[in-house]
Design a protein around this ligand. Sequence first.
Ligand SMILES: Cc1cc2nc3c(=O)[nH]c(=O)nc-3n(C[C@H](O)[C@H](O)[C@H](O)COP(=O)(O)OP(=O)(O)OC[C@H]3O[C@@H](n4cnc5c(N)ncnc54)[C@H](O)[C@@H]3O)c2cc1C
Length: 506
Amino acid sequence: MSLDKIRLMSDFLRGGANQSHGRSVSAKGKHRMEVVIPNTSAEKLSGGSILNRSRSHWWNTSDSYQPSAPLVGQADVDVCIVGGGINGLSTAYHLKKLEPSLEVALLEAEVVGFGASGRNAGQIIMKFGGTSPERLVGSYGAERAREAWNYIHRGIALIQDLRLDEDIDCDYANTGTMNVCLRIEGDGHVDEAMRLMERMGQSQYVAYVESERVEQELGSNQFGAAYHESRGGQFNPLKLVRGLKRAAERRGARVYENSPVASIDTTENLMTLHTGLGVIRCKKLVLATNAFTHLLPGARRLGLAREQTPLMVKGVITQPLSPQQWERVGWPRRAGINIHSDLFYSFAPTADGRILYVGGYYTSAPWDRNLAPEIDTRLKRVGPDHLAAFFPALYGVGVAQTWGGPISITPDWIPHVGEARDPRILYACGCWGNGMPCGMQNGRTLAELALGKHTENADAWFVTRKKRKWPSRILAAFLAKGVIRKRHVANRRIGGRMTPPLRFPR
Ligand SMILES: Cc1cc2nc3c(=O)[nH]c(=O)nc-3n(C[C@H](O)[C@H](O)[C@H](O)COP(=O)(O)OP(=O)(O)OC[C@H]3O[C@@H](n4cnc5c(N)ncnc54)[C@H](O)[C@@H]3O)c2cc1C
């Protein structure tokens, strides 16, 4: 479709050509055509406020939301960002913070927080990608592991600072996290993790917790020793991304929602992106589409089709616990609990007095366009039994909601952030299941890279290195399915040894 036709269509949608305020903007000596959409039309175009309660607990309990208008007509910008999750929004925010004169636009296919950033487990965890400290040090050595760990440390600090600087109320509680062993597996993982924390220069942030103390604090004899990591805690991720969107907009970034990018043309000096209603041209492009990256138009041509593969992770949240139930369960630190085992489980208290949990068993490996939120109704049945098996005081606590969200996994288990095949294009994906601090930090890194800066982020080894790719998209999905199946077998084996045994649905 020609640009004239798109302009005509946008005029029609905005109620006639006389409402179209095309204006010429001068930036760095260049004239740009920009279409200005009046606020009233923006509301009309966005279709009013939305709730989408079933998308996640955060959506269910959020205020109704008024999306920004979609991109209509044509705009020229310095940097265009695709994807309104933590990575994309943080990039927009940091670009405007570092270089206020820059024209920055962000295109989100649905609304901000539609992806994993609005559907996750709400824990801020000190971890780099899908790796344990053991695997990170084993694969990359202690020095590189230290650099990676410090990167996440800065990501957590960014979230904490931004919350205060930009007045973002996201129910953040700096409780740290408890990383526990399963008693039936012994305390080896925690002993080893403590040793590696020292090698990575992180020991001042972690404290060993004896198994007797863990049992006393958590009212559970399923756990062995633990280490308490003092950084991070719990938060409401949807409130964070919406707050980040407002902060980016306040600094002058333009966020267009309901604007799925349908084509990316990189043949000219200015790259051109088409959405259903509009066209945007840009000098630099940032692709922050995470688990959706392989679905981007031209992903193969851009060299990004095999960068990552999606994994659907399912979340479960209980009904609110009564004060008596909280008293019975104990949990004095109110820290999230992450189990160090092939039987992975993660439990976290929420600000509204519930427990949110995700488990390694509840994953699936979709591929191609099958990335719809998966609501696994079996979890309503088995969830309460599993919770009670770990925390007997929670016997009888019902499940309020289950949902699914896509995480992005890489063949080398670590996040991918940096330059694509075409150096004008930057991208980030593969933050695994703990990508909120990593994504926040990636946004800063991508902004620095876009501005050609050399910093400890932009020059980090995992940013500048050649990234490992999956052998093929289909093989990636099969390999992921294979890993899941192996984990399922391990879950049944380990769960079967627990008392009472943990039973998993087939
Ligand atoms: C159930 C679950 C639990 C998790 N728990 C935690 C946790 O406790 N702590 C933690 O730190 N992390 C957790 N994670 C991981 C974390 O949520 C992700 O790593 C992080 O949100 C990734 O952010 P992102 O911005 O890269 O991607 P996303 O938030 O997925 O954003 C990508 C965006 O790109 C948009 N998009 C895709 N294609 C297009 C297109 N063509 N045009 C325009 N827009 C497009 C999508 O609509 C989407 O909004 C969890 C994830 C899940 C699913």
